[in-house]
Write a protein that binds this ligand. Structure first.
Ligand code: 4NP
Length: 153
């Protein structure tokens, strides 16, 4: 299963989710996960590395996301990925606005895998502080573990 994480800028939430899922899938030798990638719905940060605050927070937990570079979602992503996991409702709406007919069937909120997380959407840490970046990591780990434990998606 090829998984694409989607946020607004592709410099905070979705690269963090990408790094977490890739690392956990490798560690757990998951046969479920194939390609893992991430994109932004906006073009603000194309070509940029993840936010240094995300890189630092992820590195402290053993996830190296420093080599990732932001790209914007493309209509071809809908065919290339089996699962498009949006961080919030506005990301989902942006996907829906460019999706080919029927292609939203494999798009959903990432935190839908963690119904007990207490939040539906991944909070945007961009205008926040260090605790907000830790919170993103906590939620990414929770939902990534849950995804890896899901027998059929
Ligand atoms: P992300 O966070 O969508 O998690 O990458 C943001 C990154 C950049 C901006 C907003 C959110 N921005 O406004 O530039």
């Amino acid at each position: 299963m090829n998984v694409l994480f989607v946020c607004l800028g592709n410099i905070c939430r979705s690269p963090t989710a990408e790094g977490v899922l890739r690392t956990l899938a490798l560690r757990e030798q998951s046969a479920l996960i194939g390609r893992v990638d991430s994109v932004g719905t906006a073009d603000y940060h194309i070509g940029e590395p993840p936010d240094p605050r995300s890189v630092t927070a992820a590195a402290r937990r053993g996830y190296d996301i420093s080599a990732l570079r932001a790209r914007q979602v493309s209509t071809t992503d809908f065919a290339a990925f089996d699962l498009l996991l949006a961080m919030d409702d506005s990301n989902l709406a942006a996907l829906a606005s460019i999706a080919p007919p029927g292609a939203m069937g494999h798009a959903r909120l990432f935190l839908s895998f963690a119904p007990d997380a207490g939040v539906r959407e991944m909070p945007d840490p961009y205008y926040g502080g260090p605790a907000d970046f830790e919170r993103v990591l906590d939620l990414c780990e929770l939902a990534a573990h849950a995804l890896l434990r899901t027998p059929r998606i």
